[in-house]
Design a protein around this ligand. Sequence first.
Ligand code: ADQ
Length: 483
Amino acid sequence: MARLFLISNRVAVPGAGGHPGGLEVALKATLRKHSCVWLGWSGEVHEKPRTRTITRGDNSYVIVDLTSEDFDEYYNGFANRVLWPIFHYRLDLAEFSRRDLSGYLRVNEHFADELAGMLEPDDIVWVHDYHLIPLAKALRARGLTNRIGFFLHIPLPPPEILTAMPNHERLIPSLCDYDLVGFQTHGDAANFARYLAKELGTPSHIPLRLGSGERAMRIGTFPVGIETREFTRLARRASKTSFARRVMASVPGTLMIGVDRLDYSKGITLRLEAYERFLAANPQWRGKITYLQITPKSRSTIKEYSEMEAAVNSAAGRINGAYSEANWAPVRYVNRPYSRAALSGLYAAARVGLVTPMRDGMNLVAKEYVAAQDPDDPGVLILSRFAGAADECREALLVNPYDPDAVAAAIARAMAMSWSERKARHSELYAALLRNDISKWGDKFLKALSPQDKKGPTALRDLLAPATGSAATGPTRPPATRQ
Ligand code: ADQ
């Protein structure tokens, strides 16, 4: 029987501890429904790397160690210092080195070797995220003809940014070795289509078929959702726990919440600045609002991250220094992760959810905040227009995170919003979450990946039209063929 192979940088082995990131949350339903083999890095660094298989129920977890060289070049280097900033539109933060690129390609080859030894011809392979862009190419080079899909959890910038990445031509076209390439939003998919048209001369007036022989690469949009009803139930239970009650009892007035990994893409420093401006412009709310920012540290060994940590600490300290009273501090900045249950209770207790990334593939915190609200007395979501979630969450207060005055005004508006407006907005938002529940996400992707699926946005022209405003123009050379 065909098996489903999930491949990602890290593997979340159940019971092994750690807090789930966006990818683990997204894959949970797929792991429950299918018998899967999940392969990726163990999180360990050894000079003699091992590969181990752990079985849990119907699923196996194949975890591969990295050498310290791999860790420096593939993970800390190319993935985190080149692809992550550039894909989040931050060319200024990218630090390219040829050595890191070769480490990145080497780890992809290593994963391909491990996989090639395990795959049967009818197994399906689903590769996740920016760490593993060239994996299909490495598998095809080993003669594998399996159906292979790729999903990018983070944004894909337009070709004007992407082409500034040194050696982009070695990397981005290798996505054409997948059978299906999925993105979070139509905008990301359109950026990829524009890259193909611009760089590979793929014509936009014919249905998109890249590759040769039996295979043709297709592009699709598969926005990641959450387990909406389950999260709502979790929040309902969590609000009654002594933890949530103790937190609320300690907060004078209204709670506003932000929950993010400590990452420059999440916009935490500008968000704090916006809050500072809100306090300056709205003295009537001083003493009556507490902003709880929960931010576990991530990637602390990288310079940009440790600098950001210091900047956030200093902004929180500055605001508290300027506005605190003996019985009130405007900011509570917490540097540790919480369980999903504890988080859901805090979301439920917060009148305002402040989610203002500078750029984000989707942002599940925004969706979790909406799901956690009491429909009879819901809070207000303030959401960056540059989060993928903004495409679906049209009834949030959408803001430009680069404009702290506008974000400050949105906080004031959220604080003063009438019960009927809050209720109306929440009911639309909740309906949008249900329409795109995560229980359907994996199935939609896998259906599109199956050879029988004939539907889907296969015409490059369809993808290009909204981005360029012109459906008919585009290069007319024949599609690029691969070796
Ligand atoms: P992430 O960048 O990890 O994911 P996000 O979508 O916000 O970002 O998901 C974070 C997950 O981690 C949420 O489920 C959240 O509850 C949890 N989390 C965050 N802070 C936490 C804390 N303090 N304690 C415990 N849990 C915490 C990547 C992309 C996103 C994309 C996802 C899924 O960067 O854009 O939405 O993948 O595709």
